[in-house]
Design a protein around this ligand. Structure first.
Ligand code: FEO
Length: 393
């Protein structure tokens, strides 16, 4: 397999994972890539590796440029195995290469995964020379593991950003100007929502640091390389990490006999009639990880469930479990649902929304069996009034 030239003497030597559709619960409908980068300078440097099962693909791309034995330096920006899994495979060929990692967290993580080695910890501000070029490091802890860091080459103004600014997107194209920007930004938003959203403060710090570097190229370890639309991806990260969503609304539900669905539709209509952009998701037809990114740009979330054997519906439970780990701050939420004789499911939804850290902006709405038109009208009015009261505050 061939290396892909990024700049003179700089190559993408990663792997394309066309088939992956589930990344730790995240529906990766367009597959992904694992980005590794080779810099041929006085010291030949490999930045990040790939998932273990793609070791041979990475090695063949490196061999397209240099013998594996010639690698002098390996930079591990992130311990997670989609980026470090091929480390043992490359180390066999260059056992004397220096392996730089992010401080004690990186050393601890690599040791736990691959055994003790001569890992060299680096911290923010450290800089190494590799010949005509240098590489400096910026720790980005909890973006999204404790060990994350990014590596910057000031002479080339290229940022090797690892997970940050990435997208789960398998393509033969490698650069943002070779692909539809709307697709790439959509996948960047899905990536941010499902991986980074809960670390908004850290993302905001990273955005500030990266913006101050004024990179000409951002080379993440998932998806395409940003070289034309740097402003667009930085603006998007600023917006998402600022966590000041416009007054949009997401209505998410499961339904058994369409009663909760009728409620969901009238709730979405009320939000829309108040001038908000409203989105309605039936969990039977929408994977929860496709809904999560909507929270980045929504102030309100309404979640509905009927009650099945004294429980909320399983799909609603899964959605709320996933959401709890990712919850953005300062969102307004309420629960709703129809029920037959007990209705605990609606209480459970509300409790889960509280556990997500959301502010309950309206008392939960419960309808016995089938909502009448009068009851639907009442639900509509309640939502409109709630929005009106919120707006006045
Ligand atoms: Fe792409 Fe956190 O690994």
């Amino acid at each position: 397999m061939k290396a892909i030239k990024v700049r003179e003497d700089i190559y993408w030597v990663g792997a394309i994972d066309w088939t992956i559709r589930n990344f730790h619960g995240y529906n990766t409908g367009r597959g992904t890539t694992y980005g590794a980068y080779l810099i041929v300078d006085d010291k030949i440097t490999l930045i990040d590796t790939v998932k273990a099962e793609y070791t041979d693909e990475m090695l063949s791309r490196i061999r397209d440029v240099v013998p594996l034995e010639d690698i002098d330096i390996i930079i591990s920006n992130h311990v997670e195995m989609d980026h470090s899994g091929a480390l043992p495979g490359i180390r066999k060929h260059c056992p004397n290469a220096a392996v730089y990692t992010s401080g004690p967290s990186g050393v601890k993580g690599l040791t736990a995964h691959y055994g003790a080695d001569q890992y060299i910890p680096v911290k923010s501000g450290d800089r190494i020379s590799i010949g005509k070029r240098s590489l400096s490091f910026v720790a980005t802890p909890m973006l999204h593991w404790p060990d994350n860091m990014i590596t910057y080459c000031p002479e080339e103004r290229i940022l090797f950003s690892n997970d940050a600014f990435g997208q789960h997107l398998a393509t033969s194209e490698r650069f943002d100007d070779e692909l539809s920007l709307s697709v790439t930004l959509e996948e960047a938003k899905r990536y941010y929502g499902n991986i980074i959203m809960c670390y908004g403060r850290q993302a905001q710090e990273a955005w500030k640091t990266v913006s101050s570097l004024e990179p000409e190229m951002i080379a993440p370890s998932h998806g395409i390389i940003w070289r034309k639309h740097i402003k667009e991806i930085l603006d998007a990260y600023r917006l998402w990490s600022e966590n000041t969503p416009p007054g949009n609304a997401v209505v998410v539900y499961d339904s058994m006999w369409h009663s909760t669905e009728k409620m969901a539709k009238v709730i979405a209509e009320a939000f829309a009639d108040c001038g908000m952009s409203a989105r309605l998701y039936d969990l039977k037809g929408n994977h929860y990880s496709n809904i999560i990114p909507e929270l980045l740009t929504s102030k309100y979330i309404a979640v509905g469930s009927p009650t099945l054997n004294s429980q909320m519906m399983p799909l609603v439970s899964s959605f709320l479990c996933y959401l709890k780990g990712l919850s953005p701050k300062d969102r307004q939420a309420f629960a709703f649902g129809s029920y037959g004789w007990s209705g605990q499911g609606i209480d459970q939804v509300e409790s889960a929304l509280v556990e997500c850290g959301f502010h309950i902006c309206m008392e939960k709405i419960r309808i016995n069996y089938i909502p009448s038109q009068e009851q639907l009208d009442e639900i509509y009015s309640k939502v409109v009034n709630m929005i009106g009261n919120e707006t006045k505050q």
